[in-house]
Design a binder for this molecule. Structure first.
Ligand SMILES: C[S@@+](CC[C@H](N)C(=O)[O-])C[C@H]1O[C@@H](n2cnc3c(N)ncnc32)[C@H](O)[C@@H]1O
Length: 283
């Protein structure tokens, strides 16, 4: 992961969400308000120009993304399902009494920014690499910050999440918390992923949930992105955001148990979407 520049993959997810807003049928899947909020954050952060956003909204861009599905089948629409899955989980756990939401590797995700005013009694935290977090913070400030949204710039490969959050004046490690790790785990080493789940258990109270997406390990031991895995992995490596880890879905329950979590396999939406899998666990 390059340290000096804002994340390209976070930018791509944001632009994808804008394009999905123009794809017929996606309005039934995408969370309400996400497309407009993503457009605003991308522009206010200086991550994308008004022109890029206008082009992303066009049917031409939708067709282009659909065409690219030859390389990662189903991945374009999967971003809509991913956002819907994570937000549904967050809302459900807030309804059940969670007092904190933590979005890891947040990129230009707008969940915290949209939900913070709706749930003033809940504290929303985001952590991302400093280069991306600083840019996002600029956008959030320009659009109007939220009193209960805290953006933290840290490289989780350099500093432990436990240390980052324990040093934060608002973090309550005994509170029921929802942690979202969307499109993040594959960019961390296997050891860092294990450590992240262990730390997540250590900094959250009973009733917490972790919502995550991951890539499955293929028969050859590499992260499986389908038929064109070699090409996909090469592109990601060339853009200096390589996928570093994956797990076999059948090994997930055991991995979660070892790290202090209980897998919730029956949860609606878990399983494969595009080249990713969605998962959720509780403690
Ligand atoms: C594919 S993007 C996903 C962004 C967002 N979760 C979404 O789905 O819209 C991956 C994000 O993880 C962040 N990230 C990757 N490695 C990280 C690390 N070591 N520490 C903090 N953030 C990291 C990147 O900066 C980027 O914003």
């Amino acid at each position: 992961m390059r340290k000096d520049k804002p994340s390209r993959t976070a930018y791509k997810v944001g632009v994808n969400i804008v394009s999905l807003g123009s794809k017929p049928g996606m309005e039934k899947i995408l969370p309400a308000g996400i497309v407009e909020a993503t457009e605003k954050i991308l522009v206010a952060a200086g991550a994308a120009s008004e022109t890029v956003v206008r082009v992303a909204r066009s049917q031409w861009a939708v067709s282009l993304y659909e065409w690219f599905d030859w390389m990662m089948p189903g991945q374009f629409e999967a971003f809509a399902h991913r956002k819907a899955f994570c937000e549904h989980q967050v809302r459900e756990v807030i309804r059940a009494g969670a007092g904190q939401v933590l979005v890891l590797g947040a990129g230009y995700d707008t969940l915290g920014w949209r939900l913070a005013p709706e749930f003033p009694g809940v504290d929303f935290f985001e952590i991302d690499h400093p280069a991306t977090a600083v840019r996002k913070a600029k956008g959030v400030a320009a659009l109007g910050g939220r009193d209960n949204l805290y953006l933290i710039g840290e490289d989780l490969g350099q500093r432990k999440m436990v240390d980052v959050l324990e040093a934060h004046r608002k973090w309550d490690k005994s509170a029921a918390t929802v942690i979202v790790a969307e499109g993040l785990l594959m960019y961390l080493s296997a050891a860092a992923v294990r450590d992240l789940f262990l730390q997540a258990a250590a900094i959250t109270g009973p009733g917490s949930r972790i919502v995550f997406t991951y890539t499955a390990t293929g028969a050859d031991g590499r992260p499986d992105a389908g038929k064109w895995t070699g090409l996909v992995l090469w592109i990601l490596k060339s853009s200096r955001e390589p996928w570093l880890s994956s797990i076999r879905p059948e090994e997930l329950p055991g991995f979660l148990a070892e790290t202090g979590w209980t897998y919730l396999p029956e949860t609606q939406g878990t399983g494969r979407h595009g080249v990713e899998y969605f998962g959720v666990a509780t403690r």
